[in-house]
Design a protein around this ligand. Structure first.
Ligand SMILES: NC(=O)c1ccc[n+]([C@@H]2O[C@H](COP(=O)([O-])OP(=O)(O)OC[C@H]3O[C@@H](n4cnc5c(N)ncnc54)[C@H](OP(=O)(O)O)[C@@H]3O)[C@@H](O)[C@H]2O)c1
Length: 263
């Protein structure tokens, strides 16, 4: 039986794919469930599954489709009966691939699509996977030896610094900023509701830094070389934070370096 079970949502490429690689490399007994909306098109992910037979399961899940989320939760329940960690990594900047620079670029449909994927999706994930997280063994995060077991599972919502209202001095990117600010509210709400249950489920938002992926590609030329992280570096920092989480840290947003990100 796997020592820990992690589910990475949005695992076809970018940070989600890197989370899968990192956990498979470093947690010797961990099982990873990688979800993506088009497994047939996710060649790298299928290649990774081939390298880790029996440890990496790929499931089809479009986070905008509630029936996909429900179906994936049923599959995980049948195969593992529990979960220790969910990372909601999927997101889009905007359907156009670029954030709005001014109100002129805003459209109702663009904003709704971005909110569906970036905010509503992770919330619906929490709804269907919560019973499995409550059965987790606390295999990620810290369980201080001197205290009784404090948490069973962890939800990580990947946020962005631009979702911080306090930090917003530049404006622009209406849909993406709004979607991540609202995602942070979901994180906070989940931490309260799931922190009352026994056993408790932790929920945090994590900002990965500016990372060399498709999502940020249109803006890479504006980023100094030493500020554009590789996916390996970013995920290694984020996993360090996840491994050190405990119940006192729930309900907050953290940067890749572990400092708190203001709402
Ligand atoms: N890169 C950065 O600099 C940066 C900075 C701050 C925060 N972030 C956050 O980091 C997370 C990961 O982003 P990334 O940079 O790795 O982006 P990415 O390389 O563009 O990957 C985005 C992922 O989301 C998936 N996705 C999009 N819509 C989906 C849907 N409806 N259902 C399921 N999966 C869907 C994509 O799947 P397909 O392959 O099917 O399209 C892909 O796997 C996001 O939450 C992003 O907001 C990134």
């Amino acid at each position: 039986m796997a020592a820990t079970v992690a589910l990475i949502q949005g695992a076809s490429r970018g940070l989600g794919f890197e989370f899968c690689k990192h956990i498979l490399k470093n947690k010797s007994l961990a099982a990873v469930v990688a979800t993506c909306r088009n497994p047939d098109g996710a060649a790298e992910l299928r290649g990774l599954a081939g390298q880790h037979p029996g440890r990496l399961t790929v499931l089809k899940l479009d986070v905008n489709r509630e029936e996909d989320v429900r179906g994936a939760a049923e599959r995980v329940k049948e195969s593992f009966g529990r979960l220790d960690l969910i990372v909601n990594s999927s997101a889009m900047l905007h359907p156009s691939g670029k954030g709005e620079t001014s109100l002129r670029d805003v459209s109702a449909q663009g904003t709704i699509s971005t909110l569906m994927t970036n905010t509503v999706g992770p919330l619906v994930m929490a709804k269907y996977f919560m019973p499995l997280l409550q059965k987790g063994g606390g295999g990620f995060g810290q369980q201080p030896a001197e205290k009784a077991k404090q948490h069973s599972g962890i939800i990580v919502n990947i946020t962005a610094k631009v979702g911080s209202i306090g930090d917003n001095g530049l404006g622009g990117w209406y849909s993406y900023r709004m979607s991540k600010a609202a995602l942070n509210m979901a994180t906070r709400n989940l931490s309260i509701e799931l922190g009352r249950s026994r056993p408790k489920v932790l929920c945090v938002s994590l900002h990965p830094g500016t990372v060399n992926t498709d999502l940020s590609r249109p803006y890479h030329r504006n980023v100094p070389k030493d500020k554009l992280f590789s996916t390996e570096h970013s995920v290694s920092c984020l996993m360090g934070i996840i491994e050190s989480l405990n119940i006192e840290k729930t309900g907050k947003a953290y940067n890749w370096d572990g400092t708190e990100l203001p709402w």
